[in-house]
Design a protein around this ligand. Structure first.
Ligand code: WT7
Length: 630
């Protein structure tokens, strides 16, 4: 790719160019893609409304760039290697030509069910090729995909389907992960009792289990594919037409639908993939995320395919059948770049420090991490035991809202500093601000903001633009606020400290404390609750819930079991509290505000100084909570 940077000098040049003349910089990058109509203006932006438009007036289809464009030169190259959950299950190798045909067929199935440009389609399925194919099929015809992670409950699915008013759901009979089966179709059936907008459900056969099919509404994808052709023209999309919605948790209320648009997202997903991971022509790239998260969107599907790379898609978990599965897969498919989360690294480290010694993994060239700060111990283990000290590590910092990686090393070009995400990618202008919003320069610690748009910045939160403004653009006017605290060292390297809002990062997944509290409060035994994060050896952060239960429920263990089940039912297993402490009161100010700062300290195990408690309505409650802390 013409936009690939190959030396650190080239990086510094590109960076300087991108800041001095963003329009000419991004023009050169965007010109490496296929457009149906070239743009009239590179960028229009205003961070107050906010209103950001990239490649204004341009027209394109991202699937032409992911698929059609590669057919003439490397149609037979493997686009997707699929590794099943069970190690003895055969892998699949899907060439660009086959993927193109399957995407066209699936797109025609959607059309047959009346799906049109702009319609929202919900995807709730396991990590099977049909998921990637369905995502691309939506994009082919301009339908907006909204992928919901398979670990979410029926209630969470209802919220997401309703918010986006989806007309079709694509799912599977079941989901096999590790040694367990989850009945995806049953969850969808349960959810659809409350989703009148959905007229059709398309079901992929994955586990082969019996599932009820509702006549007129539910259809087997296998059967549908037989009656359509393998040719489907790519819908012309305006640069600023939405490509997808992806829900993510914030500090308040229900998850919000982050909207990314076609042109800017394409350019940045392609550009960032090529430069961070530095894949060569024959390389195999493996990102272990689930496509239900942004990492899977940008670096399993779009980024690799835009660059004509080979992307490995894995349906299993790191510890099944045992804690060497990742290393087996790396050797089996000769993976060159491996991208995973610190939580996975820590859990595999805990499963046996020396287990990877049996695997030489000579194909590996580069390692990556994403999702949460990586502690130095895990960084060194990853570097020594997996990378055998040969491979550089890129610590990639970004967010659902940023669409692509913003801070990271580029391949092995940038000097590595353990636990530092490093330098901004070209086009990215991060700054640190103090509480008042004043920019602080040099070596400093502060709130991480970005002061200039990059092509894949969030455009809106679906159906509620004001929420987008308040969440990201209002705190520090004129800046995009990330919600993270960070430190910058003398070399300009960034180290992410963590969230500064009421969002917890559990195993690299974002969970809003308010969301968990609302779920807990639905439990019949609960009067009130407060949820905070605390340091957790494997997960990074764990969920600590302080719960006041009503007088009749004296059995604490029964309350805990009930609260856990309620959270699972309402949000899903991923939001299950790690610790539940029953308390008789919560530390509140005279105006009724819960002082989370105090609860956070107690959850962290701090027993001494809790700071100023003089504004509390009832300081006595703190002593009680401290005494009962887990
Ligand atoms: C939050 C975004 C897009 C990546 C997957 C998570 C944290 C992400 C890092 C990193 C330290 C990180 C931040 C960020 N985070 N990457 N390399 N080092 N923290 O996406 O669910 O939108 O969460 O994850 O706190 O704000 P997400």
């Amino acid at each position: 790719m013409s936009y690939r940077i190959r030396t650190i000098e080239e990086y510094h040049e590109a960076y300087a160019h991108s800041v001095k003349e963003p329009a000419t910089f991004w023009t050169a990058v965007a010109d490496a893609f296929t457009w149906q109509r070239r743009w009239d203006e590179v960028l229009q932006w205003d961070f107050t409304t906010p209103d950001v438009k990239w490649f204004v007036g341009g027209s394109l289809n991202i699937t032409e760039n992911c698929l059609d464009r590669h057919l003439a030169t490397h149609g037979d190259k493997t686009a997707i290697i699929w590794e099943a959950n069970d190690a003895d299950h055969p892998s699949k190798y899907i060439s660009y030509r086959e993927l193109h045909a399957q995407v066209c067929r699936m797109a025609n199935v959607l059309k047959k069910h009346g799906v049109k440009k702009g319609d929202r389609i919900c995807l709730y399925m396991p990590m099977v090729p049909e998921l990637a194919i369905s995502v691309l099929a939506c994009a082919r015809i301009g339908a907006i995909h909204s992928v919901v992670f398979g670990g979410f409950s029926a209630r969470s699915l209802v919220d997401r389907i309703t918010d986006a008013i989806c007309s079709v759901v694509i799912t599977s009979d079941g989901i096999r992960r590790g040694g367990k089966n989850i009945s995806a179709k049953t969850v969808v059936d349960e959810a659809l009792k409350d989703c009148p907008s959905v007229r059709a459900v398309l079901v992929a056969k994955c586990t082969g289990e019996e599932v009820p099919m509702q006549a007129g509404r539910d259809h087997w994808i296998e059967e549908e594919l037989k009656v359509v052709v393998a040719d489907c023209p790519a819908e012309p999309m305006d640069s600023e037409d939405p490509l997808f919605i992806l829900y993510t948790s914030g500090s308040t209320g229900k998850p919000k639908g982050v909207v990314h648009t076609c042109g800017g997202y394409m350019v940045y997903a392609g550009y960032s993939f090529a430069n961070v991971f530095q894949c060569d022509e024959e390389d195999v790239f493996w990102c272990t995320a689930d496509i239900g998260w942004i990492t899977g969107h940008s670096y399993i599907i779009y980024g690799p395919l835009l660059n004509g790379a080979t992307s490995l898609m894995f349906a299993g978990i790191p510890t099944y059948p045992d804690a060497t599965r990742f290393w087996q897969v790396i050797e089996k498919h000769k993976v060159n770049q491996f991208y995973t989360a610190p939580t996975a690294i820590r859990s595999l480290m805990a499963a046996g420090h020396d287990l990877p010694d049996r695997f030489a993994m000579p194909s590996l060239k580069l390692l990556g991490t994403v999702g949460e700060p990586i502690n130095e111990e895990a960084w060194h283990w990853y570097h020594e035991k997996i990378g055998k000290k040969r491979c550089a590590i890129v610590d990639t910092w970004w967010q659902t809202e940023t669409g692509g990686i913003l801070l990271s090393g580029l391949g092995d070009m940038t000097p590595m500093k353990p636990a530092h995400a490093g330098l901004p990618l070209p086009g990215v202008q991060p700054i640190l601000v103090d509480q008042q919003g004043n920019e602080i320069t040099g070596e400093a610690e502060g709130y991480l903001c970005i002061k200039f748009p990059w092509p894949s910045i969030i455009r809106t939160t679906y159906g509620d633009h004001e929420r987008c403004r308040i969440n990201y653009f209002a705190q520090y006017p004129g800046r995009y606020f990330t919600g993270d605290g960070a430190r910058r060292d003398k070399d300009g390297f960034f180290r992410i400290i963590g969230r500064v809002d009421d969002v917890i990062n559990v195993s690299g997944h974002r969970i809003g404390t308010a969301e968990v509290e609302n779920a807990i409060n639905e439990d019949a035994a609960v009067v009130e609750s407060a949820v905070v994060g605390y340091p957790h050896d494997i997960k990074g952060q764990g969920i600590y819930a302080f719960v006041i239960c009503d007088g009749e429920h004296a059995d604490e263990n029964a309350v805990r079991a009930s609260v856990t089940a309620t959270v699972e039912r309402i949000i899903g297993k991923i939001a299950r509290p790690d610790k539940i402490q029953i308390v008789s009161g919560l530390p509140k100010t005279r105006s009724g505000k819960i002082m989370r700062r105090i609860l956070r300290k107690i959850a962290e195990g701090e027993t001494g100084n809790l700071g100023d408690t003089s504004t509390l309505l009832d300081p006595g409650v703190v002593e009680e909570i401290k005494a009962g802390a887990q």
